[in-house]
Design a protein around this ligand. Structure first.
Ligand SMILES: NC(=O)c1ccc[n+]([C@@H]2O[C@H](COP(=O)([O-])OP(=O)(O)OC[C@H]3O[C@@H](n4cnc5c(N)ncnc54)[C@H](O)[C@@H]3O)[C@@H](O)[C@H]2O)c1
Length: 248
């Protein structure tokens, strides 16, 4: 029960990694603010967690909307009295892959808005709420924050930007006992990768030194370690969970 009495906020909580993180935080004692643009999804998760005795609240929002994000953090503090932990996890794959000279402005800007601008909006509101008592934040990065890949200039740039934001947030937050780290997974079997055909998954697997890819639960476990006091000396780090992909 590492998070007994803690108040945690998770974005993209309705599915995939965010849902696994939220379930693990609740199982270890945290009360939760669950954010997602999928209102039915977060309401369903909150209902299931409440039935198990966990404190929850939800907000449906687009994390790329700075006003809505700030209001959600304020509503969390209003209801629970404080904010201790946050996971900026919501993200999109940005749609079709293509050489960057073919990519349109809208595809570029929307991906940067959801995957990167949102992390800035989140950090700004969350860190302000943690001033005075400290806290811990994890931003959900990707192997694409360390290396590039053909056809995804938008996604790769958003995740490289997230690395810089994480480092500066850690430096700004350090004197206030606010720790900020990033988790950087390789390919995961979530809805984000739904359109990847079987044979491409097989090729991707072969590109990793380890013969298996991480599960969303393993990504959630790493995230919760970084949020816990076990990681009290760790800030500004980018923790790879990539079956060795970026070691090559
Ligand atoms: N799946 C992968 O292969 C993979 C690999 C590395 C990193 N990641 C990162 O992990 C994070 C979570 O991805 P996932 O694989 O769990 O995807 P997912 O599609 O399963 O879940 C993403 C969640 O975020 C929500 N969301 C999307 N856009 C939003 C918006 N604008 N506002 C609010 N909520 C929004 C979705 O409704 C969904 O519930 C993302 O940041 C992604 O970039 C995923």
């Amino acid at each position: 029960m590492r998070f007994s009495g803690k108040i945690a906020l998770v974005t993209g909580a309705a599915a995939g990694v965010g849902r696994a993180v939220a379930e693990r935080l609740a199982a270890e004692g945290a009360s939760l603010m669950l954010l997602d643009c999928d209102e039915a999804g977060v309401v369903a998760l909150a209902g299931a967690l409440r039935a198990q005795g966990h404190g929850t609240m939800t907000r449906a929002l687009d994390v790329a909307d700075p006003v809505a994000f700030a209001e959600a953090v304020a509503a969390c503090v209003d209801r629970f009295g404080r904010l201790d932990l946050a996971v900026n996890n919501a993200g999109i794959n940005g749609g079709a892959m293509m050489p960057l000279w073919e990519m349109g402005d809208e595809q570029w800007h929307r991906t940067i808005a959801v995957n990167l601008d949102s992390v800035f909006y989140g950090l700004r509101a969350q860190m302000a709420a943690m001033l005075g008592h400290g806290g811990a934040i994890v931003n959900m990065g990707s192997i694409m924050g360390q290396v590039g890949m053909a056809g995804i200039a938008h996604y790769t740039t958003s995740k490289h930007g997230l690395v810089g934001l994480t480092r500066v947030a850690a430096i700004d937050g350090g004197p206030h006992a606010i720790r900020v780290n990033a988790v950087a997974p390789t390919f995961l079997p979530t809805a984000l990768m739904d359109d990847v055909p079987e044979e491409v998954w097989a090729q991707l697997l072969q590109g990793h030194p380890l013969p298996r890819l991480p599960s969303v639960d393993e990504v959630a476990a790493l995230t919760c370690f970084l949020l816990s006091d076990d990681a009290r000396a760790i800030t500004g780090s980018i923790q790879m969970i990539d079956a060795g992909w970026t070691a090559q």
